[in-house]
Structure formats: structure tokens, C-alpha cells
Design a protein. Structure first.
Length: 385
């Protein structure tokens, strides 16, 4: 229902589906495979570094751009993984997670009425932050089961009011990893129409098949692209809310102008810890992805045995099922019944769509301990049978 005091351009944005379903999980004692947060902590080196920073007195406001140690570690990370050279003093900004980075980018870059092309299903904060900036979203649909998009649909979405393309790869909620060919097409459209690109790459280290390619690395894209990353997904510390923006100095400066009036600064001691985490050896990242692959396969194999049609993800820690395969036509109805009848919480994918393309789809998160996933599958199997 409408909220009387809420600005007109934000009407329709109530409590997020994640808050709603997580509350339902608590109320029913259900296993929460809805909201995407791990149920175990990150690497000990990271946790120890946070404690050390707190004890060392790093508890006051950090610099507006973020502490130099973290910005330099981010620069090393981008060089190490993507051969990207960044000036840590002008081309990197630390934010309160990726969510703030996206909001600050939309508020900084959009004028009222500017259009943003975004691929659906889209993470729910995208629609809200575009609305906050009084922009207009134009969606291009990723269609199951392979979540490809139509090139002509993308081109048709561009008008003389289009300001930027908002891209998410690896993609939440589908688990899609955009291919080089797809990224080259998006880059070509951006260059042809002189568009900015804001790319959400928080799952960059969670790729099971294919390769994560930053669109900023493609010809002609570095100077028009803002890259958003986060420590939360890579180091299983989502509650720390440490993210960052990388890009050309002029774009980063614009985002900083907005960010300073949102949170100003954030997470001083955690910034020191994330700086240490980004310099961890390759064995950490290998072990991390293999652990998540094991969880993915456990959940997806189990869901298939129960009878679900499963869209196995190439990246992220989310798997999508089509509930028509188990006798439901509507994913939201399925998700509303599931906690009460099976003691499991999932997210109806329809909340990520403007169109009806996701009506029968449901998202499960597998970033949980193996025993938790096994118990969830046992409950789901009993319910479906």
C-alpha cells in the first residue's frame, strides 16, 4: 500500500523481499536459503587483522577516499587479476558496500529523466537507486534457461535519453557469467551512443565455468566505465559493508561527491582487514571457489533428484529452479508456502523482473554449510513427495 509521506518517485518501494523472507525464516524456524549471506566467517587472517586494527586504535573516521593501505591493495588486486593499472589516489573510492556504491553512482551520474538500461532479472536495489535519482529504467530480459539476451532488444532500449548501462556480471540472481561476445556487444553499443557503464562485479571471484571479464578491459571502455566490487562476497564478511569503486578519476570524483553525503566514511578497522585479505595468496581464492562449487553441486544435484528443473549457475552462490516442474505455476505462492510446509525459505525470482518472465522461477542461496544444505534438501524432499 502507498506510504503517505514517501516521495512520489519512491512509491512502491517498501521493505525488501530479503528482509521480509528472512523475518519469515526466523518466525517459522526455517532454514534461510533466501538471503545471500554465508553462515560461516571468512579467513582467519582477515578476522585477526580486524581485531588488530581495533586494538591499534583505528576506530575513528578514515580518510574520505578510504585508507591508503586498502586503496593500494585494491590497485594491486586489479593489476594481479586483470592487468588493470589504477591510480590509488584518484581512481579508487572505498564505499559502504556495493549497495552504497551503486546508489552513489546513480545519484551522482543521473539527471531527472535520464534512462538507465539494465538487464532483468535485476537485483532489487538497482530499481530503487535509479528511482532515488529520478531516473528511468529500461529493461532488457535475460531469458531462461541460458539467460541469453536479444541484441536487437538491447539496441531498441537505447534512446536519446539513455545515460548509462548498469551491468551485473557474474549475475545475481541467475548465476550467469556474461561471455566475451556479449560484453563486446554491450561495449559496442556503449561506444556508439557515448554511454557510461556502471558494472557490479561483486561476485568476480565466484565463477565456476567461463571466465569473468571486466567490461572496462575491452577497447574504448576504461574511460567510460565504473567498476564496483565488494569484500563481502569474496571474504564471507557481508556485515562489514566494505566495497569500492574503480574507474577514471572524473567519474570516481563524481561518485565521491555523493558518497560523502551518504555515509561520509565507513568501517575504519575493517578497511585494514580487507587490505590484508586482498593480498592473500592464490590458494585462498582457489579453496574458496572449490568450497562454493561443492555447495553448488550438492544443492543443485539434490534439487534435481527431488524433481526440480534446475538452472545450474556458472557463477555467484545462487541457483534458480522452475517450480512448474514440481506442480506449481507461481513462484511467489511456492515461496510463501515453503516456510510453513517445509521449513525452508527461498526468494521468488518474480521480484527481480519488470516483466512476467520470472513468474515460475525461485532462487535458492547455497552459501551455507554442507550440513545445512543437506537438511534443507531433506525437508524439501519430504514436502515435494
Amino acid at each position: 500500500m502507498p506510504t503517505p509521506y514517501l516521495a512520489s518517485h519512491l512509491q512502491g518501494f517498501g521493505a525488501t523481499i530479503f528482509a521480509e523472507m528472512s523475518a519469515l525464516a526466523v518466525a517459522t524456524g526455517s532454514i534461510n536459503l533466501g538471503q545471500g549471506f554465508p553462515d560461516s566467517d571468512g579467513p582467519p587472517e582477515l578476522l585477526d587483522a580486524a581485531v588488530e586494527a581495533i586494538k591499534a586504535g583505528h576506530n575513528q573516521y578514515p580518510p574520505g577516499l578510504g585508507i591508503p593501505e586498502l586503496r593500494q591493495a585494491i590497485a594491486r588486486h586489479q593489476r594481479r587479476w586483470y592487468a588493470s593499472e589504477l591510480n590509488s589516489d584518484t581512481e579508487i573510492l572505498v564505499t559502504a558496500g556495493a549497495t552504497e556504491a551503486i546508489a552513489a553512482a546513480m545519484l551522482a551520474l543521473l539527471n531527472p529523466g535520464d534512462e538507465v538500461v539494465v538487464f532483468e532479472p535485476l537485483y532489487d536495489s538497482y530499481a530503487a537507486t535509479i528511482a532515488m535519482a529520478q531516473g528511468q529504467r529500461k529493461v532488457v530480459t535475460l531469458r531462461a534457461p541460458d539467460y541469453a539476451f536479444d541484441a536487437e532488444e538491447l539496441r531498441a532500449a537505447i534512446t536519446n535519453r539513455t545515460k548509462l548501462i548498469l551491468l551485473n556480471t557474474p549475475h545475481n540472481p541467475t548465476g550467469k557469467v556474461f561471455s566475451r561476445a556479449e560484453l563486446e556487444l554491450i561495449a559496442q553499443v556503449a561506444r556508439e551512443h557515448d554511454l557510461l557503464v556502471v558494472t557490479d562485479e561483486v561476485y568476480e571471484h565466484l565463477v565456476f565455468s567461463g571466465v569473468h571479464i571486466p567490461i572496462a578491459s575491452l577497447p574504448g571502455m576504461r574511460d567510460r566505465t565504473l567498476v564496483i566490487s565488494s569484500a563481502g562476497k569474496t571474504f564471507s564478511c557481508t556485515g562489514w559493508k566494505i566495497g569500492w569503486v574503480c574507474g577514471p578519476a572524473e567519474l570516481v570524483a563524481a561518485v565521491r561527491t555523493t558518497k560523502q553525503f551518504l555515509t561520509y566514511v565507513n568501517g575504519g578497522p575493517f578497511q585494514y582487514a580487507v587490505a590484508r585479505g586482498l593480498d592473500l595468496g592464490g590458494s585462498y581464492f582457489t579453496t574458496f571457489i572449490e568450497g562454493m562449487r561443492q555447495r553448488r553441486d550438492l544443492l543443485c544435484d539434490g534439487l534435481e533428484k527431488i524433481g526440480f528443473d534446475v538452472h545450474r549457475p556458472a557463477g555467484t552462490y545462487f541457483a534458480t529452479v522452475d517450480v512448474r516442474s514440481v506442480g506449481y505455476s507461481d513462484g511467489e505462492t511456492f515461496c510463501r508456502e515453503l516456510p510453513h510446509k517445509a521449513g525452508v525459505v527461498a526468494i521468488p525470482s518474480a521480484v527481480f523482473y519488470d516483466t512476467d518472465a520470472g513468474t515460475s522461477l525461485v532462487r535458492f542461496a547455497f552459501c551455507k554449510q554442507l550440513a545445512v544444505l543437506e537438511e534443507a534438501l531433506r525437508r524439501l524432499g519430504g514436502f515435494i513427495s
